[in-house]
Design a protein around this ligand. Structure first.
Ligand SMILES: C[S@@+](CC[C@H](N)C(=O)[O-])C[C@H]1O[C@@H](n2cnc3c(N)ncnc32)[C@H](O)[C@@H]1O
Length: 225
């Protein structure tokens, strides 16, 4: 399958990380099935300690086709300022940073954020290896703090963390320019967890139009009007 990235070094790194992430998928699905069976998981509440601990070393990377889709969107709209909620090992960040690089703007940036220090360390190494560090401002900490200061206009946002998706969008919303795109992962699979998020998106005063694209688990494509 061809990739729109056209960057063998980056593609080799992404191949490795996607393969690593794939090996964790079964374990993650088993974990969620067990917690659902036991009735101990409330998707409308923030992560509990056990879930937090389980996910702390998991990549849970955006699927490759979704990453490539985001790359294409960012190229298409000439994105120069991008915000990402949930960076992990930086897989999705690198698709976005490659788009900023390829858009050949002078001061393009992807603002990423991740609260697990061990993941931040690995993400920074990955950015270095891909030669993309200069396009990424990775903010370590809870996104409810790290995304407080964003200077706009923001062209594109990726939301890849459901339990704090709403605060992330609320913080970035005022900086999104007309026509800006927000892509949100797993909105069908985790519909209960996204309930409050969709109330915000569908409230006319927040000026969004949205539709679900049928990628695995549902991928929401939301546009600022
Ligand atoms: C689904 S993963 C992101 C995957 C990443 N976008 C990729 O494609 O590789 C979500 C990440 O958000 C992080 N996270 C969860 N809650 C957070 C919070 N409140 N602030 C910052 N990061 C958070 C998790 O540690 C996890 O690494």
């Amino acid at each position: 399958m061809t990739s729109p990235l056209n960057d063998p070094k980056l593609e080799a790194l992404l191949d490795r990380l996607h393969a690593q992430s794939d090996t964790q998928v079964e374990e993650t699905e088993d974990y969620f099935s067990r917690r659902i069976r036991e009735g101990t998981l409330d998707f409308e509440k923030p992560y509990d300690k056990d879930l937090h601990l389980f996910l702390s070393n998991k990549i849970v990377a955006l699927d490759r086709d979704k990453g490539e889709f985001c790359y294409q969107l960012c190229r298409s709209i000439g994105a120069t300022r991008i915000v990402e909620a949930g960076t992990s090992f930086g897989v999705s960040t690198m698709y976005l940073a490659a788009a900023v690089r390829d858009n050949q703007v002078e001061k393009g940036v992807v603002i990423g954020t991740e609260h697990e220090s061990s993941k931040v360390k690995i993400a920074l190494q990955n950015f270095e290896e891909a030669g993309l560090s200069e396009f990424i401002d990775l903010r370590e900490g809870d996104l409810r703090q790290t995304l407080k200061e964003i200077s706009g206009p923001v062209d594109f946002m990726l939301v890849d963390i459901w339990d704090v998706a709403l605060p992330a969008l609320e913080l970035v919303s005022s900086t999104l320019r007309p026509g800006a795109i927000v892509v949100t992962d797993n909105t069908t699979a985790a519909a209960d967890a996204y309930r409050g998020y969709f109330e915000f998106v569908n409230d006319p005063k927040n000026r969004f139009r949205t539709m679900t694209i049928p990628f695995r688990g549902g991928l929401e494509l939301t546009v600022r009007t």
